[in-house]
Design a protein around this ligand. Structure first.
Ligand SMILES: Nc1ncnc2c1ncn2[C@@H]1O[C@H](COP(=O)(O)OP(=O)(O)OP(=O)(O)O)[C@@H](O)[C@H]1O
Ligand SMILES: [Mg+2]
Length: 427
């Protein structure tokens, strides 16, 4: 009898512990969301949008255009063409080049430093170990498939309620993003094409679609669309849904207490190949987020440090990892359009993050150099977008003002690469 009572008591105790732990973890996640809400400057606090409390970006987006921070502190557009081009020896490759899928490697084996970096660039050997996350062929095939099939189901599964997990008639899936305004869909779409222009393949393939419940594409989900209160004729983006993604914590060299990611043996020499391959993808991520002024990833973490000293230990917003180790950059809607509108507030954080990186992928750097030299980023981005996306006229493109901001950021990035090259030249 005693043994039975003791067992019952133990069971009761375990149940109580489990309950306390569950309640505590819910409280902790709520507290975190609450803190994120608090991070907003007062003037950003806004009306009744259903899910703006948790995320800095959404709260910012909900601010009426007239109240938004307008562009200030125009970027320094000094003529940098006179700068001696020390990177010319890199040569140049064509735009939109194909990236082949290569076999995967023994990613846990520590590699020799000499074969890892060449000057300020990840070595060709390391580059060769990283197959394209979403190759051009894959993206083209996915886009055709997505355009050619009906959507038969819309359900939660892609974050907030305005994003829906769509299932096509052939069983493929996509995240549909309905923007609360066109800026968001433009930001998502144009960032995808900017990444394409730079040869960055970590963004899932994307197409645009126009809501029309009478069309074959949407007819099967007419009732659901009505329930979501999505406006007819709105242009939405659809990105490939990828299974088995997990969260990603910012690696140590990119945290605020580190001296940054530098091409130094003492700092990289003891990393495994898998760690280096991830760092290599982070360098692309930082370049893309700097150019597009996307604050809704690493930059917002840096900002949150003021309130939350352990934010870097948590998973990075809008960044996921496949089981193979590829980083997937999702939710890029803060980029290019909205990010540029609120540059005043975020620029110092963008510069800090960029300044923490002194190693780059050669291919990405080459494209930045080309875009800097030709000063034709707007034209190239527009051509690529127009040629790839039939609904581009419906959604529109960057304003001339924002295209200038983009070109100026390319020029700044170029100077930063040059600066790193000078600093670590002898190494
Ligand atoms: N392409 C995708 N493939 C697989 N899962 C995805 C994809 N896009 C989004 N998700 C899932 O949806 C979650 C939220 O995505 P997203 O950031 O796009 O939406 P959100 O509304 O901003 O959500 P959150 O507020 O959680 O950031 C992701 O963490 C992931 O689990
Ligand atoms: Mg998100």
């Amino acid at each position: 009898m005693r043994a039975v009572s003791a067992n019952l008591l133990a069971l009761l105790f375990l149940c109580t512990c489990a309950c306390v732990f569950y309640v505590w973890s819910r409280l902790e996640s709520r507290l975190e969301r609450y803190k994120r809400g608090l991070q907003l400057p007062r003037s950003f606090h806004v009306g009744p949008s259903p899910d703006i409390s948790a995320k800095t970006f959404r709260a910012l987006l909900a601010v009426p255009v007239a109240q938004r921070l307008h562009l200030g502190g125009r970027l320094d557009v000094r003529n940098v063409t006179g700068v001696r081009d020390q990177i010319g020896s890199l040569g140049s490759r064509d735009y939109h080049m194909n990236v082949d899928n290569k076999g995967s490697v023994q990613r846990e084996v520590p590699a020799k430093f000499g074969s890892l970096v060449e000057g300020i660039f990840w070595s060709e050997w390391l580059e060769a170990q990283l197959p394209a996350s979403f190759s051009e062929e894959h993206a083209r095939a996915w886009r055709e498939r997505a355009r050619g099939h009906r959507i038969v189901r819309l359900e939660p599964g892609c974050g907030r309620i305005s994003n829906q997990l769509a299932t096509f008639s052939d069983g493929a899936k996509a995240c549909v993003r309905y923007g609360i305004n066109a800026d968001q869909v433009q930001g998502e779409t144009l960032t995808y094409y900017l990444a394409n222009l730079l040869g960055i393949t970590n963004l899932p393939p994307l197409i645009l679609a126009q809501l029309n419940v009478d069309s074959e594409q949407w007819a099967s989900v007419r009732r659901r669309i009505g329930g979501l209160q999505w406006s007819e004729r709105a242009v939405v983006s659809l990105t490939e849904w990828v299974a088995n993604l997990t969260g990603v914590v910012t690696p140590a060299p990119l945290r605020q207490e580190s001296k940054g990611l530098r091409p130094l043996q003492g700092e990289l020499g003891n990393k495994t190949t898998a760690e280096l391959l991830e760092l290599m993808q982070w360098t692309d991520l930082i370049i893309l987020d700097y150019l597009s002024a996307n604050f809704d990833r690493l930059v917002s973490n840096l900002f949150s440090l003021q309130w939350d000293s352990r934010v870097m230990e948590r998973e990075t917003n809008n960044l996921l990892r496949t089981p193979r180790g590829d980083l997937v950059f999702i939710d890029n809607e803060a980029g290019l359009v909205h990010g540029y509108r609120v540059l005043d507030m975020w620029e110092k954080y963008h510069s800090t993050v960029l300044g923490s990186v002194s190693v780059f992928r050669k291919r990405t750097a080459q494209r930045v150099i080309e875009l800097h030299r030709r000063r034709d980023t707007r034209t190239r981005l527009l051509e690529l977008y127009r040629d790839s996306e039939p609904l581009s006229p419906e959604l529109g493109f960057l304003s001339y003002e924002h295209a200038d901001v983009l070109q100026n950021r390319i020029d700044r990035l170029y100077k930063h690469i040059l600066h790193c090259k000078e600093k670590y030249h002898q190494l």
